[in-house]
Design a protein around this ligand. Structure first.
Ligand SMILES: [Zn+2]
Length: 110
């Protein structure tokens, strides 16, 4: 079994767990808005915006994890989607969802 698979599955379940608590936080903010003052309502709205952003990033990461798991299934994992070269293991250890090697990622940022 691909050593990155268990890592990806762990990341996935951690994110799904965080998603459950995150959704609860979003709901709490909505409920609070009806009984708090203007200033704290702004705080609450800010907190909600942050929580929405966190949720958005989390969903994006989940999509990346799913894609990485599919690449493992397809035996295509660990190869750069830009140039087809193998991605450095150290890079994959930091984030197994990366799809580009260091040089392609650098080019992408330019
Ligand atoms: Zn590349």
């Amino acid at each position: 079994m691909n050593p990155y698979k268990s890592r990806l599955l762990e990341m996935k379940s951690a994110l799904l767990e965080a998603q459950d608590t995150g959704d609860e936080a979003e709901q709490t903010v909505e409920l609070d808005q009806t009984r708090v003052g203007r200033l704290s309502r702004m705080d609450a709205m800010q907190a909600q915006a942050m929580s929405v952003e966190t949720g958005r990033r989390r969903r994006q990461k989940l999509v990346q994890i799913e894609a990485a798991l599919k690449r493992i299934e397809a035996d295509d994992f660990g190869y750069c989607q830009g140039c087809g070269e193998a991605i450095a293991p150290k890079r994959l250890e930091i984030d197994p969802t990366v799809r580009l090697c260091i040089s392609c990622a650098a080019k992408n940022e330019l």
